[in-house]
Design a protein around this ligand. Structure first.
Ligand code: NI
Length: 609
């Protein structure tokens, strides 16, 4: 689905301002392509979500862009819109001017509030009365370094302004005791740089091997459409493979649909730290404008996208999506020592990526397409691990000390990926494959037999699964109506990489709000409005929404129109080496063809001479 243009965002905002019946102080949480009409919408529409501070009410609906009219517009009872960047700025300003907050800073030896960064995180929902009736945010505070290039350099411990974001006031200052602020660690950007790094030039004298038409991309038999929303960021649509004379669909839609970062420190207000960066803040709204030669190297094609501010005013993010080709080592090699011959083809991959800066952290969302039909999914995480202040001589039971006066707590980055599958058509089936050692008996006298067990996950309740290294488990999505030359169903397998399980209790507040994280794999029957694994409105939600709720219907999955969800969990106890800026860490997984093709589809890739 094509991203909204500048004029479409303006039009959608003006239609809602004209016909939505909202207070003039209402602001826009989301203006994005509407997907409620399903995969082939009849008309161009925008989904719009608004928040009305004076009544603490959230509204959402659909604007028909051709007709310039409201198709649907509802007050949504008991939900909170996402926290938008403009609210962050507003809350930061409120705190800097608050006398009690200024005094608390003085108690810590901080005289200049303008040098203090205050981030207003969602309060979550821990059962207090104010969380049910108000729009609450908890502030976390840092003193910037002298070089002014690290706003998170000096954590201000135990100090939390508590905001009502609706009434735009500070409800109270929670102060759990002054701790001296860490010494200035110096600048991030340093002058003493090594001098032995020689230049690498990536040149493509014939130009790139891809073609682009608007947001449609073709490359090495692959077809994919690039999409975007302020909430999810990068979305890929209509992923297909041109197999000789047939364009074969694989996925209708693929995205990183939610992420939650639960932290492991229970003390003071720190138990509230669990960011839902998609559902609470919107990852697409935080996309960087990428820079050639820095974020991306080689012959780059950039897609610009239009985000918006809380007035509904379009905001251009230049170079928001980067696309380029990479040499990826050897694709396949065949050696014939008898003839003294060796044949090598080199692998090329198409990279489509975006980078979001969300507060202290920087996330790269990378998608790779390979010439052998594999799709790679990867997150690159860098930036500054969430720093908290700690007193000299105090132990750090829930984290480590990364610098004098600075600790960083153990946490997880849990990414909820959604794949609307279409392997050779809409009707698919999910199977789980496990391997086991056969018993030692007369059939297996030497104990070497490996048995493959394939089980159809035929309903939503059966399709809640976790990884198992003991059985080398993987999952595959097959089309039972199509066969390859071997006579088996065509399919793609989901190959997990490194992963983890949550440590938050399932009945904890964050466990209930992020119920999706308790399984690596979920599968559901396709529903146009089931897009986000923690539900549409996780901000201050009491929990239970999203995947855990939807699968209670226990819909059949065998030879049905299905969506596969994969949970990728990166478990992170920061290291001293993650300070002051963390080197990129990688987490990811693959989709590989399994019987989708009749043989290696890369036999026609030219030999390297
Ligand atoms: Ni981390």
């Amino acid at each position: 689905m094509t991203p909204l243009s500048e004029s479409e965002i303006s039009l959608a905002a003006s239609v809602v301002q004209r016909d939505g019946g909202l207070d003039p102080g209402a602001w826009f949480e989301t203006i994005a392509p509407d997907e409620s009409q399903g995969r082939n919408p009849e008309s161009r529409r925008a989904y719009v979500c608004c928040y009305e501070p004076c009544n603490n009410r959230t509204f959402a609906g659909v604007v028909d862009l051709g007709q310039a009219s409201l198709v649907k517009w509802d007050h949504l009872e008991g939900v909170q819109a996402r926290i938008v960047p403009d609210e962050f700025d507003m809350a930061c300003k409120l705190a800097r001017e608050h006398p009690e907050f200024i005094q608390a800073l003085k108690d810590r030896g901080v005289d200049d509030p303008s040098r203090v960064l205050i981030e207003s995180w969602s309060a979550g929902n821990f059962g207090s009365e104010e969380e049910q009736s108000k729009r609450i945010a908890y502030g976390h505070c840092w003193l910037m370094n002298d070089a002014n290039d690290n706003p998170y350099a000096r954590p201000i411990a135990n100090l939390h302004p508590v905001f009502d974001l609706a009434t735009r006031e500070i409800l109270r200052i929670e102060d759990y005791g002054a701790v001296p602020v860490a010494p200035d660690p110096g600048p991030i950007i340093r002058d003493d740089q090594r001098t032995d790094v020689r230049k690498i030039d990536i040149t493509q004298s014939d130009g790139p091997s891809f073609t682009v038409d608007g947001y449609k991309v073709q490359w090495q038999n692959w077809q994919v459409d690039v999409g975007y929303s302020v909430r999810e960021g990068l979305i890929l649509y209509n992923i297909g493979y041109q197999d000789k004379d047939r364009l074969r669909p694989i996925m209708h839609r693929a995205s990183m649909a939610e992420m939650v970062i639960p932290y492991g420190d229970p003390r003071h207000a720190n138990f509230r730290r669990n960011a839902f960066d998609v559902g609470e803040y919107g990852v697409g709204a935080s996309f960087d404008s990428l820079a050639l030669g820095c974020d991306c190297l080689g012959h780059i094609y950039y897609f610009d996208v239009w985000s918006h501010d809380w007035h509904g005013k379009p905001k251009l993010i230049k170079n928001a999506v980067c696309m380029h080709e990479e040499d990826f080592g050897i694709l396949w090699k065949y050696s014939n020592p008898k003839k003294g011959q060796s044949t090598v083809t080199r692998s090329r991959r198409l990279v489509i990526s975006s980078i979001a800066t969300i507060g202290n952290y920087v996330y790269g969302f990378f998608w790779y397409f390979y010439q052998d039909g594999t799709i790679g999914v990867e997150v690159k995480a860098t930036g500054i691990p969430f720093p908290s202040g700690i007193a000299e001589g105090e132990e750090s039971p829930y984290g480590i000390k990364v610098a004098p006066g600075v600790e960083s707590h153990v946490h997880q980055h849990v990414f909820g990926y959604r794949f609307d599958m279409a392997v050779d058509g809409d009707r698919n089936t999910v199977a789980e494959v496990n391997f086991e050692a056969a018993p030692m008996d007369s059939h297996n006298p030497y104990g070497n037999a490996i048995v493959t067990r394939e089980t159809i996950l035929s309903s939503e309740s059966e399709a809640r699964r976790n990884m198992d290294i003991g059985s080398s488990r993987y999952w595959k999505v097959i089309n039972p109506n199509m066969t390859n030359a071997r006579g088996t169903a065509t399919g793609y397998k989901l190959v997990p990489g490194a992963n983890a399980l949550p440590f938050q209790h399932p009945d904890s507040p964050v466990g209930k709000r992020a119920g999706f994280m308790y399984h690596h794999l979920w599968a559901t029957q396709y529903q146009a409005d089931e897009l986000y694994p923690a539900g549409w409105f996780p901000n201050q939600h009491e929990g239970g929404d999203g995947l855990p709720k939807w699968v209670q219907a226990n819909r059949p999955l065998d030879n049905e129109d299905i969506v596969v969800w994969y949970t990728l969990n990166y478990h992170h106890l920061p290291r001293p080496e993650d300070w002051p800026v963390q080197p990129v860490v990688y987490a990811g997984f693959h989709w590989m063809p399994v019987g989708f093709f009749d043989e290696n589809p890369a036999m026609d890739v030219p030999r390297t001479r």
